[in-house]
Design a binder for this molecule. Structure first.
Ligand SMILES: [Zn+2]
Length: 90
């Protein structure tokens, strides 16, 4: 069994019930973050379902995270495939 101490960083939806997308396991060294490079993008069905109630033209909602797990921005993708950045909710 490994004796390496790891810290856990949870990647969650910033909104509503805050669905857990994934966990990052780290030995403690924070990864180097270069702004706007190497973002992780996750489609969120919870936000899409909620926002479609008021706007039927929404196709999906994406959350983008830096590699240290911090939320960078959220994006609405419309059914015509254009995107609108709506910020990070935080
Ligand atoms: Zn979400």
């Amino acid at each position: 069994m490994s004796t390496i101490d790891r810290i856990e960083i949870q990647i969650r939806c910033p909104n509503g019930p805050q669905r857990l997308f994934m966990k990052l396991l780290s030995t403690g060294e924070r990864p180097t973050v270069v702004p706007d490079l190497n973002l992780m993008e996750l489609a969120c069905s919870d936000c899409a379902r909620q926002m479609k109630k008021t706007d039927k033209d929404i196709f999906r909602v994406l959350h983008r995270y830096a590699i240290d797990g911090s939320l960078v921005e959220s994006v609405i993708v419309w059914i015509d495939e254009t995107e609108t950045v709506i910020g990070g909710f935080e």
